[in-house]
Design a protein around this ligand. Structure first.
Ligand code: GTP
Length: 595
């Protein structure tokens, strides 16, 4: 155990986590040259395409130090996007140290600062690593100053490296074995391990990534999941190198995988404790906070025949993603679907893309909303995430909306832009701290404003330099209104929205105009109305059109006619028929987004 080091990597998106991890693996011979050809830690296709790490994964490597001693290094990769920051805390609880990787051109970002503070709270040793020093505009000395000021740690032992050229990578490994302490459990105690992650494998069933905190886990032994009190026989155990390698035991301090005949992922909850069968409940580890979705949206199939495939697909996806929530929902306009909960917009987009790509399901998603707290006139309290289920105005005493505590880190010169953006988003400034050229703004901003496109706007208002970190803070009374959309005098429940009073009129007009542009002309007039508390606040008509796709095609060329008709059919496929009106799928999601 003296020669084990468990660490994770804290870094902002694109600062080089995956490339550095790959270098470690290469240096320690975990994979052949050919296997190294693509980045190994980001294994999902979609992750590769979007270039972001979503699922934390672990890798065990054996490192021979400069003093010729062999060490077992276990490192856990963590996601870099703000939507997935909760996965970082999971990784931290299995480690004694963390590498803080900062791009020496870009500098420190808000989310990195907050993750470092989490690591410091958990008494982890942090090693600052300044990456990308091969780039001509790299400025590690300046970035070191920022780390000292913003994170509040010493950079005396920081390392400058380039994951691209490999320079300095060995120094990082040497520092890990020197500065990070070995795990401190007791091998003679009863077995006890923390579940860091669980996922469903089509061939193996539920696989869990665990960190053994005490004792030894042996193949064929009997263990218990502490929260459920259910017992299982250990079928197979092993480590990732990053390939899956079998072992007959996992010892105190080691991080590895376990398969023990658990059929459903709910049976192996992340943050739970595995322990010897006779363990008493006090032997459970603290675990982590259960993650709750920040936003909810309705997901429906365009083609109603695909409903069963859709349900199976969601079931499968949620097996690997404990933060994905779903329950059946039926909408008058869109039929049967699911109300799904996500961590943020990126999470939602990823799930939607996976449904479309991996399962071939065409999805319509409604506008995502946060969870509102409603106090009714009879003092009942409701938590609602579906606008169409809001009680009528006369039954509502008060609507409260979730507020996010935000930290925004930005270079001084963008302060003006960002201050106006925050006030436009109904933000309230709570604090501001200057660190040389950088500023940390503390704001309370309604969650509904954050989830729309705040992050993108923040980036574009600061040429990509401002960064954001946010957490739920509290519920606050707010003047929210329910906006209904009527098409040909029929309310389309899936288009209802909750909007702040100050934005009602402007938004209603923007939405109506957008719909007018997006909905194709039909062979009859279409009237679109926006209604608040029974009052029409905006209205527009799409004039009728008699469209004949064959008009251009005089003469009798049958194949050409067929081709045109087929093309029109394909075009129609992406629409949802509501009554006798075709509505393009974009309408449901894009109406509130600024174009
Ligand atoms: P996420 O997985 O999304 O969190 O990103 P990441 O932090 O893992 O970043 P990744 O390793 O994918 O690197 C991002 C980009 O920077 C890639 O295009 C890398 O090739 C490049 N990169 C990484 N390290 C270096 C370096 O030392 N020098 C240079 N020039 N480029 C680098």
């Amino acid at each position: 155990m003296k020669r084990i080091r468990n660490f994770c990597i804290i870094a902002h998106i694109d600062h080089g986590k995956s490339t550095i991890s790959d270098r470690f693996i290469q240096l320690c011979g975990g994979l052949s040259e050919r296997e190294m050809s693509s980045q190994v830690l980001d294994s999902m296709d979609l992750e590769k395409e979007r270039g972001i790490t979503i699922k934390a994964q672990s890798v065990t490597i054996n490192y021979i130090s400069n003093k010729n001693k062999e060490y077992q290094l276990n490192f856990i990769d963590t996601p870099g996007h703000v939507d997935f920051s909760y996965e970082v805390s999971r990784s931290l609880s299995a480690c004694e140290g963390a590498l803080l990787i900062v791009d020496s051109v870009q500098g420190v970002e808000a989310q990195t600062v907050s993750n470092c503070h989490k690591a410091l709270d958990m008494n982890l040793t942090i090693i600052p690593v300044l990456n990308k020093i091969d780039l001509p505009n790299s400025n590690p000395k300046k970035v070191e100053k920022d780390i000292e000021k913003l994170v509040g740690i010493s950079v005396k032992n920081s390392i400058h490296c380039s994951a691209k050229t490999g320079k300095g990578i060995k120094n990082v490994l040497e520092q890990i074995i020197r500065d990070i302490s070995a795990p401190n459990g007791n091998i003679n105690n009863d077995f006890q391990a923390l579940i860091i992650d669980s996922w469903f494998d089509n061939y193996l069933g539920v696989v869990s990534l665990i960190c053994v905190k005490n004792g030894i886990l042996k193949e064929k032994s009997k263990i218990k999941v502490m929260s459920t009190n259910k017992t299982y026989y250990v079928e197979k155990i092993g480590i990732f190198t990053p390939k899956r390698v079998y072992k007959n035991s996992l010892k105190c301090g080691e991080i590895g995988w376990i398969i023990c005949g658990i059929r459903n992922i709910i049976g192996a909850p992340v943050g739970d404790t595995l322990a010897s069968v006779n363990s008493v409940s006090e032997y459970a580890l603290p675990g982590f906070k259960k993650i709750k979705p920040n936003i909810y949206a309705g997901l429906f199939t365009i083609n109603t025949n695909q409903f069963d495939i859709f349900r199976n697909a969601l079931e499968k996806l949620s097996l690997n993603d404990s933060s994905l929530f779903y329950e059946p929902e039926s909408s008058m306009s869109l039929g049967f679907g699911f109300r799904c909960g996500f961590l943020g917009i990126l999470h939602m987009e990823i799930i939607q893309a996976r449904l479309e790509r991996e399962y071939n399901i065409e999805i319509i998603s409604t506008q995502p909303t946060v969870v509102y707290k409603i106090i009714k006139t009879n003092n009942d309290i409701l938590f609602l995430d579906t606008p169409s289920q809001f009680p009528t105005a006369n039954l509502i005493k008060e609507i409260q909306e979730p507020i996010a505590k935000c930290k925004i880190l930005l270079p001084k010169k963008y302060l003006g832009n960002i201050l106006s953006l925050c006030s436009e988003k109904r933000g309230v400034q709570t604090d501001v701290t200057y660190y040389g050229n950088q500023i940390m703004l503390h704001y309370s901003i309604p969650m509904s404003e954050i989830i729309l496109n705040f992050f993108d706007q923040l980036k574009s208002q600061s040429s990509g330099y401002a960064s954001l970190e946010y957490n739920f803070e509290s519920y606050k009374t707010s003047n929210m209104k329910l906006l209904d959309i009527l098409i040909n005098y029929k309310k389309i429940d899936s288009l209802s929205l909750i909007i702040h009073k100050t934005q009602v009129m402007i938004q209603a007009r923007i939405i109506i105009e957008k719909m007018k542009k997006l909905i194709p002309r039909h062979q009859f007039d279409i009237v679109i109305q926006a209604i608040i508390e029974k009052k029409i606040v905006a209205k527009s008509t799409i004039k009728q059109l008699r469209k004949n796709v064959l008009a251009k095609c005089y003469g009798g060329d049958v194949t050409r006619k067929k081709k045109l008709l087929k093309k029109q059919k394909l075009g129609k496929k992406k629409m949802k028929k509501i009554g006798n009106i075709n509505i393009p799928k974009e309408v449901f999601l894009s109406i509130l987004k600024k174009s």
